[in-house]
Design a protein around this ligand. Structure first.
Ligand code: ATP
Length: 264
């Protein structure tokens, strides 16, 4: 379970470029729940994920994972519990390392050890087995540099890596946005499977209203660093993209100039 209580983050405080990115952000996500997160540019979505992963410290507020207060824990300590897949397929992996080396690193997440020696035979067999579930033939390319893979292949491997440790929280930061529609669809389906199989508590940031309603079981809308809409169950099932769009425009107080992105 993930608990964020009353988080505040201000960038460049006391300067002309002061930005209050989070302004009392609170969200409780029960264990195993899959939440989609939407919000306009600058709403605070990435900052919120950065606060959960520990990449950005909060000014005030409290973050707990399964009841454990991690508010002041460094990134590496949280990494055992939190994994993340980014929009940029290059971001979450080391392109000069091989697929199996990247997987070995992911498996050691949360420890202070770096990549040690050769990948062991038993681990290699496990990686091969996991990769084969993707149906992309990557199980035969364990010693290929990960930089050689396509964006979609890398996101698929990143998702597998995120589930290698029994981490409890999965953060997805528009992880299908840079992919073509077919590949994005494949990665989304894979996401749903991995989340379910590993019972991961998941937050997925998306700019697609369709995805926000179709994927996962709860939709949260952020605006000016706060949660302004939180729907699940029947209420969510009754919502369609135009309804969500209307709500979105209402909180923004203006009509969307370009909703193509949001409808995608
Ligand atoms: N490191 C930083 N330094 C200064 N300002 C920042 C920093 N990171 C984010 N901000 C500002 O904080 C606000 C929230 O940004 P954030 O990236 O969290 O929004 P977002 O909802 O993820 O937006 P987008 O959909 O455009 O990615 C924005 O005004 C942004 O410019």
């Amino acid at each position: 379970m993930l608990s964020a209580q009353d988080l505040f983050i201000t960038f460049n405080p006391g300067t002309p470029i002061e930005t209050r990115a989070l302004r009392g952000m609170s969200l409780e996500i029960p264990a195993g729940q899959f939440v989609t997160v939407i919000g306009s540019n600058g709403a605070g979505k990435s900052t919120f994920l950065n606060a959960i992963s520990g990449d950005i410290g909060v000014d005030t507020g409290r973050i707990a994972i399964d009841g454990l207060d991690v508010t002041r824990s460094p990134v590496w300590e949280r990494a055992e519990r939190v994994s993340r897949v980014f929009q940029d397929p290059m971001a979450g992996t080391c392109e000069d390392l091989t697929i199996e080396e990247n997987m070995a690193l992911a498996q050691q997440r949360g420890t202070r050890r770096g990549l040690r020696g050769a990948v062991k035979q038993a681990e290699r067999a496990m990686y091969r087995e996991r990769l084969s579930t993707l149906g992309l033939g990557l199980e035969n390319r364990l010693t290929d540099r990960i930089g050689l893979l396509s964006g979609g292949q890398r996101q698929a491997v990143s998702l597998l890596m995120a589930a290698l440790q029994p981490s409890r929280i999965l953060l997805l930061d528009e992880h299908t946005a840079a992919l073509d529609p077919r590949t994005a669809d494949f990665v989304l389906q894979l996401t749903a499977r991995i989340v379910q199989e590993n019972k991961l508590t998941t937050m997925m940031v998306t700019h697609s209203m369709r995805q926000a309603l179709d994927v996962g079981e709860r939709t949260v809308m952020l605006h000016q660093g706060q949660v302004v809409l939180d729907v699940s169950g029947e209420e969510r099932a009754r919502l369609d993209v135009p309804d969500l769009l209307k709500m979105f425009e209402k909180v923004r107080g203006e009509k969307l100039a370009d909703d193509a992105l949001l409808l995608g």
